[in-house]
Write a protein that binds this ligand. Sequence first.
Ligand code: UDP
Length: 420
Amino acid sequence: MQRASTEDRSLEDYEPYIDGQQRRAIRQHADSLSDLRVAHVNSTASGGGVAEILRTLVPLSNDVGIDTDWLVMDAPAEFFDVTKAVHNGLQGDEIEFTDAMRDTYRRVTEENAAGLDGSYDVIVLHDPQSLGMAATLATQLPETTLVWRCHIDLTAANSAFLAFVRSNLDPIDRVIFSRAAYGREITGIEKDVVHPAIDPLTRKNRPLSALSDGGTEATDLEAYPFDPDRPLLVQVSRFDPWKDPLGVVEAYRTVQQSVPGVQLVLAGAMPDDDPEGIEIYREVATETADDPDIHLLTDLPDAGINAIQRGADIVLQKSLREGFALTVSEALWKETPVVATDVGGIPLQIEDGANGYLVDPSDLTAAADRLALLLENDERRRQFGERGREMVRERFLTPRLVSDYLRLFSDLGAEFTRRG
Ligand code: UDP
């Protein structure tokens, strides 16, 4: 496994975003956990929501005195083909889970577990990719508490894949979901809920004027292929069928009939652990090749994502299934209104008609209606954006996430003291 490097962060810098309760909780738990050693394990150091969260959570945990490492699995491409299939199966795809896939998964997860050096009090395994390490780790490090942090909505999982998850959970001491409902099919194990959060101080989320280099080419909307003076719809997502990029294109085409001049940006990264990205990207590129007002932008730097989330008139998140969608909080934090589907973690962030619109994932007409309505109403967009930022400030910023993890570790510690 590789140790992912992160930039140093200090919780002090987050003072304006910490409420009294969080401050007290962080102080109290951090004191009692000061000799704790923690490792977070996932499958990619960049791209996607988990890496986005860990690159802040890990240095801030260290800053408050919890000795925390971030370890990234070593895995060949065929492993990621399997784990993407597992991801898809857990989101409800009717696909086969073959013995060869199981073997690849077992081999790679066991190798990674065997290669983990260091001793930890708690190891947090993120998502299905690393879950298979639990059995080997439990033998190798019997004193270590094992947590599975599942970022996926399991409510409509394909039964073969759900059974597979269950079969790996025996050595796990606690499972963390983003919503309580996600875990209702998982029984006989302690469960907890932690909502994800965004970091207001990263290059992705700071005001553009506060970027240390004072603005780069990536933040200059004039430098992009779209016209910043015309209406702009943006979706920022991996090129993944569950993010429904073709549904976005269809909704945009309907909007185009009532809002001439509207443009669409689909911005997407290609994380190492998502082998479907290129394929879906090509499919979308072919489908949209004849429209000069649709722009596919890949691998933008964070400052660029920041600028287009701010430059958008509306951000879309047309997911068919969604664990949380950090992209929704990222847009709302920038006071950009969001039209999104009423799935997974999105309704935690959007209250329909108050700070955005929620639509049924299969209802493209409703999506197009809401987009057109909002594009034509500057005042409503402003109001939604303002309320959206407030919602994110209250619920979905990093200090709250740090305090949730400290509470969790503290709780686990107490539990083991009682048992011991
Ligand atoms: N992201 C990015 N560049 C892109 C596409 C996505 O930096 O081109 C980031 C996005 O800003 C967000 C994360 O990747 O921080 C995606 O997290 P989310 O929870 O929305 O979805 P996931 O990819 O985890 O399903």
